[in-house]
Design a protein around this ligand. Structure first.
Ligand code: PMP
Length: 408
């Protein structure tokens, strides 16, 4: 049943169906767009295109309504329990969203001696804005400290046992990633909430989770203050993203994205993308991509030449037992003998589009430079994974000298 459901959804992605020989495996960088999103863009541009918030004629009014409606749509999509209090700020992506919080919000929140807690091995986009906020504050004579939450090498997760050491009475703000963009692991923000207590604002970089799994800020779900995501990774157009702000801890972040002309076409695409995702069901999307990633991981484990990054299960929880970290649709691995650009090139020659470079990771994992990343979305298939594993297996044998069709 899940396979039939997926087939129906895959058919809705024109770029996928018109390229049957190619497998797009780079959705963590940006996702492909379903037909309904393309149609919403066309419809907006052919019926209502105007600037928002400044007209007295129908196109401008419809554009203003679109922007306000999409703000409500984002809140609703995230299960916002108090939409009158919260705000949605439109951005070009996660990077800009995190910068907005760092510059416009965090700098008016922190005082001398306060500490910002950030994980050591996240995407660079979730480190530099906080360092910039620190510099801006230092220019005004306010010294704040950025403390790195240590990362347990090889595990693909934070060192949760070190949390208690890193959190202190001056911890006033935490910026954490929801799903790691290299390891695909859920970074367990509830554990961080438990460590910092109820009053510290937490900013969630949800670039890899919104659109891939249910992300909810409802009462019983994620107790975070900001959810920052990239619309373009959630099936909307490039140059889209949003910040959701709960606005119950610290200063109020105003609804924004009005500076200059907003990306109204992008906002129209975001509204359609969220509608599409909700109709498809993010829970089922997660089940699909988790299953594909598990198949790939399983297959790779049987091939001696490959090492999967962040997969060591040595990580122990508070009880000393290994933590069960849920893995999502991202698998990063390296071939022990083939550099990543060569592997990326070989895979593309077989029709697979993967990411093969440094992956924008902030803290050092010494091995990531030699790695390729496969990242999945609902349009990917079991067949693509099986074909990919067959090619990877042929390179495995190649290394052992029995068959080397690529003359490496
Ligand atoms: N954070 C994470 C975890 C990401 O994976 C990415 C994109 N790779 C970003 C931030 C940056 O997103 P954007 O390019 O939309 O600014």
């Amino acid at each position: 049943a899940l396979a039939d459901w997926q087939r129906g959804l895959r058919e809705q992605f024109p770029i996928i169906t018109t390229h049957p020989g190619l497998a797009y495996l780079d959705s963590a960088a940006t996702a492909q767009k379903p037909r309904s999103v393309l149609q919403a863009v066309q419809a907006y541009l052919t019926t209502s295109n105007a600037n928002a918030g400044r007209g007295t004629y129908p196109w401008a009014n419809r554009t203003t309504e679109l922007v306000e409606r999409t703000r409500r749509r984002v809140k609703d999509f995230l299960g916002d329990p108090d939409p009158r209090r919260s705000a949605v700020h439109f951005t070009s992506g996660t990077t800009e969203g995190l910068r907005v919080i760092a510059r416009d919000w965090l700098t008016s929140f922190l005082s001398d001696g306060d500490e910002i807690l950030v994980p050591f091995a996240d995407h660079r986009a979730n480190l530099e804005p906080w360092l910039e906020a620190q510099r801006l504050l230092a220019d005004r004579g306010t010294d704040v400290r950025v403390r790195a939450l240590p990362y347990q090498a090889g595990s693909g997760d934070y060192d949760h046992r070190a949390l208690a050491r890193t959190v202190g009475p001056r911890t006033r703000f935490v910026a954490v990633t929801h799903l790691h963009h290299v390891y695909g692991g859920d970074m367990n923000v509830q554990r961080i909430r438990a460590a910092v207590g109820p009053d510290v604002p937490i900013c969630l970089d949800a670039a890899q989770s919104v659109g891939h799994l249910p992300v909810s800020v409802a009462e019983s779900a994620l107790d975070v203050d900001f959810v920052v995501f990239s619309g373009h990774k959630a099936l909307a157009l490039p140059g889209t993203g949003a910040v959701w702000a709960r606005n119950t801890r610290g200063p109020v972040l105003e609804p924004g994205g009005w500076q200059g002309t907003p990306n109204t076409v992008g906002i129209a695409s975001l509204e359609a993308a969220l509608d599409w995702l909700e109709a498809a069901g993010t829970e089922r999307i997660a089940r699909w991509t988790v299953a594909l990633a598990a198949r790939l991981t399983d297959g790779l484990r049987h091939l001696d030449s490959y090492e999967i990054l962040g997969c060591q299960s040595s990580l122990a929880g508070d009880s000393g037992q290994p933590l069960q970290q849920r893995r999502h649709g991202i698998v990063t691995f390296r071939h022990r003998g083939i550099p990543s650009d060569d592997l990326g090139f070989i895979l593309f020659s077989e029709g697979f589009m993967v990411r093969a470079d440094s992956l924008c990771q902030a803290g050092a994992d010494e091995k990531k430079d030699g790695s390729v990343r496969v990242s999945l979305h609902v349009y990917n298939t079991v067949d693509e994974i099986e074909r990919l594993l067959a090619v990877l297996a042929s390179l495995d044998r190649g290394l052992h000298g029995t068959e080397n069709r690529f003359h490496l």
